[in-house]
Ligand binder design. Sequence first.
Ligand code: 6R9
Length: 655
Amino acid sequence: MSDASTRSESVVQSANGSTKTPHINAETYAQMYDASVSQPDVFWGEHGQRIDWIKPFTKVKNTSFEPGNIDIRWFEDGTLNASANCIDRHLATRGDQTAIIWEPDDTSKQEPLHITYNDLHRSVSKMANVLKDLGVEKGDRVIIYLPMIPEAAYAMLACARIGAIHSIVFAGFSPDALGARVNGCGAKLVITADYAPRGGRETPLKSNTDTALLHCDDDVQCLVVKRTGGQTTWTDRDHDYNKLAEIASDDCPAVEMNAEDPLFILYTSGSTGQPKGVVHTTGGYMVYASMTHELVFDYHDGDIFWCTADVGWVTGHSYIVYGPLANGATTIMFEGVPTYPDAGRFWEVCEKHKVNQFYTAPTAIRALMGAGNEWVEKYDLSDLRVLGSVGEPINPEAWNWYNDVVGKGRCPIVDTFWQTETGGHMLTPLPGATELKPGSAQQPFFGVQPVVLEPTSGEIIEGNGVDGVLCMRDSWPGQMRTVWGDHERFEKTYFSDYKGYYFSGDGCRRDEDGDYWITGRVDDVINVSGHRMGTAEVESALVAHAKVAESAVVGYPHDVKGQGIYAYVTLMNGEEPSDELRKELEVWVRTEIGPIAKPDLIQWAPGLPKTRSGKIMRRILRKIAEDDFGSLGDTSTLADPSVVDDLIANRMNRG
Ligand code: 6R9
């Protein structure tokens, strides 16, 4: 291991000689952290000024985690516009600076684009006027189902500009998943593209949308952006974005929004049934996204920032679009995948665009580590100053490779723990302030008060060197406000298991030094390549197949993906297991949910281990999937213990 793991930074330096004094050092971190939790009104009253307000707020924090009264408001009497904060306020000082560098999937077909803040202003205003012409009004919901193209950012910012609430559906999701989200939030319009090129393949987004909308209200309209120009069918509800944008005005005033007006809804997987519509509002989210972007990545004016996520996930919302643009940064939007055309792609893009901060997921790091160091060493990475990791725990081996081979031992790694629900980083080292430990998310960001609770009793566990579930004692500005249309579900999911706290769903350890280590989800959520998946979602897709009687899905350790999807399937009476049927089920789940939900392993299970009350004993299924059946624990409550022997004998993951 190189010395980056033990060093306490006083400067953060790129190899090409550019040295920056970090915004925060160990001393200022301690002072600011204290202030943020002892006097949140004063602290956030000051830091709330980092964005532009139309009408300044006079109230700062008004939040309650009290059972029956979960109510979260920040800056509640202030007004602002998120789009104006990301664009208009920069025009006087940096109109000609690049706001977005767009890096296409295949650069042999197309050059990268450099979009200035002036360009962004024109394009977003045009898109906003197109939306208005289609009847979209303040408070309406708009679904965005687009590839990673500039129009995805335009669409987000255009919605924000006119006060519409966007809800992005990842372009890898199936028509069924898309349709459920359109209906879930009662969207008026879906913005899509003809095709989504990615890794040399094309997803037919428009035809997926057509299929999805068969199950939606006839009034839902569809705005189609041209990406490839490939053939699509047109229906009565469709509008051609490129034609409409040509004639639309490039002047569209940003509307005044209340701090607590919703900015977006993002559906995410939970431990039960249908995905939840996580609602983020405007003021607190913008303050939190921009502040974490600046301090956690030690972003300085003029830096080139690259977050490799997709805007379909929260990471793309906060750290491709809202955080960086609010800070007047140059942010990279990458359409491709890490391994296309080859495993050097990330590093080629870092060299070409002189990237200073690079933020990706452990699953990508592990895959690229497997491809060999020569792919990294081919490129000049001397502009890199800070590396980031997000989405799942990073194993020390991958951390060390990232540190040594990519960062050459001189770029601090920020292992950022956070969630769709939290809006921005919660636990993370800060470059220049934290002595790094491979695999630990380490310390709370300002205003975040982590507590470790005993899982069953819910008692607070004080002191260091302890394990438990991770909760938060109080609110922070980026926190989600509700589940769309279901405030009760919000309370039940996050505030009812441990009363008075926000429950993250993760287990954690606080080590002897007081640093936090996330140990993974304690609920039925698995994390596949950094993507959240509810096991219940995959199960319900499987049982929707005519030949499947029952199914139980668990995660198991996977070298590259972090966790793989292991499905136990019981067939209907009379159905015979076969490799063809296994393939058929894989394809089935892909179409029901999307490619990311495809089971890695399917085991035929004549029976599932159940308690006498009929509850599936997932603990046992997890152990078998992990190939660790020597320690199954107590099986005496099973209705029929013999099913376990059969499952062990026919397990799919050996060694
Ligand atoms: C931002 C994002 C949230 C879940 C979260 C946890 C896992 C995220 C992590 C991490 C360990 C990290 N997670 N970052 N685990 N270390 N640095 O990923 O949001 O898609 O909602 O997932 O991801 O389990 O609860 P989301």
